[in-house]
Design a binder for this molecule. Structure first.
Ligand code: HEM
Length: 520
C-alpha cells in the first residue's frame, strides 16, 4: 500500500505517538481505499443572506446525496439521500447526537427532550411519550376547536371592517394559545391580549432563532453577556418565563396532591388534561430543572412548527383555487359548523392530504442537525467521529429523483384511501416528523391541530393574497418564516345551508394513523 503508509511506518519507528499519527494520516489514508466525499465551497454570506437551505438544494443537484460543504476551516456534511438519512436516524442512530443544535439551544432548553442525548434523553423520552396518549390527543381536539373559534371571531371582525390581516403572526398566536393550554394548562390568550409573558416568550424564541443562524457564538463572550442590551433583555425575558413556569408547576402540584385519581396508563384530569399534570401525577420531581427544561422544549417545539405549517399551507392554497374548492366541499359535507370531534378529523381526509403536502413542500424544520459520535460509513464514504451533519428535509422532499412534479402542490399525490404518508411507508423520502427513536412525539397532536384549524377556517372564510401585499419570500430560523408576513384579505364565505348531524362519537383508537416507533 502506497506512499502514505510507508511514511507512516517510518514516522512510527522514529517514535511519533500513535494518536498523532492517526490524526495526521486519517484523511490521507481514507483516500487510499475509499472514494472521497464530493466537496463544495461555501461562502458564509450566501448562507446568511437568504434561507440557507435554498443554496443547498442547488449544491445537492450538482454534488449528490452526500457532500461536504466547507467554510474556511469549518465543514459540514450535507445529506439529501433517503437511505443515508435512514441509516443516521434509524439504523445507526446511537452513533449520532444533536451536536450544534444542543449547543445553540442550551440557554433555553437545557437538557430538554429535543437537545438531550444519551441516558438523559432515554429516561425523559420514556416519561414524556406516555403523556401524549390517545385519550389526551382526543381531549385536545376540543381545545383546537375553541382556540380556532377565537381566531375566527378576530377574522370575522376584520372581514366586516374590510381590513387585511397578517396571517403569519395570527397563526403564531393561535398555536401559542393551544400549546400553553396543552402543555401546562395556561391560557396565554395571545389572540386577544398582549401581556408581558407573551412578549417574553417571543423574545426568547427570537433569540433562539438568531443564535441558530449566527456565524459566531457572540453570546458566549463573557463581557458581551453583561453589557449587550439585547442579551440583557433576553436574560430578563428568560427569567420571567422560568418564574411563570415555576408558578404553574406549583399550582399544578397542588391540584395533583388534592385529587383522588389513581395514576394509570391513560390517566387524565378532565379539568386539567395538560402534559405537566400527567408528569407530576406520574411522580416527576417538581423542583427539578429537568422538568422545566422539558416544558420549555415542548412549548417551543409545539408552537413555531405548527404555526409555520399553517402559514405555508395558506400561502400554497392562495395559489391553488382548485384545491380550496375541493377542500371546502369536503369540510361542508363532513363538518359543517360543528366543532370537530376526533371522528370528524379522521374523516377529513383531503384536509389531511393538504397538510401532508404542505409539510412536504415546507418541512419544519427544513434541516435536521446531527453530529457523529463514532467513525461510520455513509453512502460508501467513510466519515470520522465529530462530523457535523445537516440532513436536508427540504432536499429529500423536493428531490427530482423521488417526486414527480416535485415543486408542485398536489395533495392528490397520496390517494385518500391509502395510508397517511410517513417516513416508514415513504422509505425516508418523506419525513416531516423525522424518524427512528428521535421522531417527533407530537406528530398526531400537530396533524390534528392543523387539520382542525384548516377545516374551520376554510369553512367560514375565503382567503386571498391582499392587494399590494409584499412578495412572499422565505427566511429561516428554526422553522421557515416569511420575510415580510403573509398579508391576506379575508371574506366571509357564503356557505351552503347543510349542517350535518353528529354521528355516534365512539372513540375508537386508530393505531395505523402514521404513528410508529414511538418508544426507544
Ligand atoms: C421532534 C417536527 C409539532 C414535540 C421533532 C422532529 C421533527 C419535528 C422533524 C425531529 C427532530 C430531529 O430529529 O432532530 C414537527 C412538526 C410539527 C411538530 C413539523 C408540527 C406540524 C410538535 C408538537 C410537539 C412536538 C405539537 C409537542 C406537543 C417534539 C419533541 C421532539 C420533536 C419533544 C423531540 C423528540 C426526541 O428527540 O425524542 N418534531 N413537530 N412537536 N418534536 Fe415535533
Amino acid at each position: 500500500s502506497g506512499f502514505p503508509s510507508q511514511m507512516r511506518n517510518s514516522l512510527a519507528k522514529l517514535g511519533v505517538p500513535r494518536e498523532l499519527l492517526e490524526l495526521l494520516f486519517s484523511w490521507v489514508e481514507s483516500d487510499e481505499d475509499y472514494p472521497k466525499i464530493p466537496t463544495a465551497k461555501g461562502s458564509i454570506r450566501a448562507v446568511q443572506s437568504e434561507a440557507f437551505f435554498i443554496p443547498l438544494y442547488e449544491l445537492f443537484l450538482t454534488y449528490g446525496g452526500i457532500f461536504r460543504l466547507t467554510f474556511g476551516p469549518k465543514s459540514f456534511l450535507i445529506v439529501s439521500d433517503p437511505s443515508i438519512t435512514k441509516h443516521i436516524l434509524r439504523e445507526n442512530s446511537k452513533a449520532y447526537s444533536k451536536g450544534i443544535l444542543a449547543e445553540i439551544l442550551d440557554f433555553v432548553m437545557g437538557k430538554g427532550l429535543i437537545p438531550a442525548d444519551g441516558e438523559i434523553w432515554r429516561v425523559r423520552r420514556r416519561a414524556i411519550v406516555p403523556a401524549l396518549h390517545m385519550k389526551y390527543v382526543a381531549a385536545m381536539i376540543n381545545l383546537f376547536g375553541q382556540a380556532t373559534e377565537r381566531l375566527c371571531q378576530k377574522l370575522n371582525a376584520a372581514a366586516f371592517d374590510g381590513e387585511d390581516v397578517e396571517m403569519e403572526s395570527l397563526f403564531s398566536r393561535l398555536t401559542l394559545d393551544i400549546i400553553g393550554k396543552a402543555v401546562f394548562n395556561y391560557d396565554f390568550d395571545s389572540l386577544t391580549n398582549d401581556t408581558g409573558i407573551i412578549e417574553a416568550v417571543y423574545t426568547v424564541l427570537r433569540e433562539a432563532e438568531d443564535r441558530s443562524v449566527a456565524p459566531i457564538p457572540f453570546w458566549e463572550i463573557p463581557i458581551w453577556k453583561d453589557i449587550s442590551p439585547k442579551q440583557k433583555k433576553v436574560s430578563a425575558a428568560l427569567k420571567f418565563v422560568n418564574d411563570t413556569l415555576d408558578d404553574l408547576i406549583a399550582i399544578c402540584k397542588r391540584m395533583v396532591d388534592e385529587e383522588e385519581l389513581q395514576f394509570h396508563e391513560e390517566y387524565m384530569n378532565e379539568q386539567d388534561p395538560s402534559i405537566l399534570h400527567f408528569l407530576l401525577a406520574s411522580g416527576d420531581d417538581v423542583s427539578s430543572k429537568q422538568l422545566r427544561d422539558d416544558l420549555m422544549t415542548l412549548l417551543i417545539a409545539g408552537h413555531e412548527t405548527s404555526a409555520a405549517v399553517l402559514t405555508w399551507t395558506f400561502y400554497l392554497l392562495s395559489k391553488e383555487p382548485r384545491v380550496v374548492a375541493k377542500l371546502q366541499e369536503e369540510v361542508d359535507s363532513i363538518l359543517g359548523d360543528r366543532f370537530p370531534t376526533i371522528e370528524d378529523v379522521k374523516k377529513l381526509k383531503y384536509a389531511t392530504r393538504v397538510i401532508n403536502e404542505s409539510l412536504r413542500l415546507y418541512p419544519q424544520p427544513p434541516v435536521l442537525i446531527r453530529r457523529s459520535l463514532e467513525n461510520d460509513v455513509l453512502g460508501g464514504y467513510p466519515i470520522k467521529r465529530g462530523e457535523d451533519i445537516f440532513i436536508s428535509l427540504w432536499n429529500l422532499h423536493r428531490s427530482p429523483k423521488h417526486w414527480e412534479n416535485a415543486d408542485k402542490f398536489e395533495p392528490e399525490r397520496w390517494p385518500l384511501d391509502g395510508p397517511n404518508p410517513n417516513e416508514v411507508n415513504q422509505n425516508f423520502s418523506y419525513l416531516p416528523f423525522g424518524g427512528g427513536p428521535r421522531k417527533c412525539v407530537g406528530d398526531m397532536f400537530a396533524t390534528y391541530e392543523t387539520v382542525v384549524a384548516l377545516a374551520m377556517l376554510v369553512r367560514r372564510f375565503n382567503f386571498q393574497m391582499a392587494l399590494g401585499a409584499p412578495e412572499v419570500n422565505m427566511t429561516t430560523g428554526a422553522t421557515i418564516h416569511t420575510t415580510d408576513g403573509l398579508k391576506m384579505t379575508v371574506t366571509r364565505r357564503m356557505k351552503p345551508p347543510i349542517v350535518p348531524v353528529l354521528d355516534t362519537p365512539a372513540l375508537e383508537v386508530d393505531k395505523s394513523d402514521g404513528v410508529s416507533e414511538k418508544d426507544p
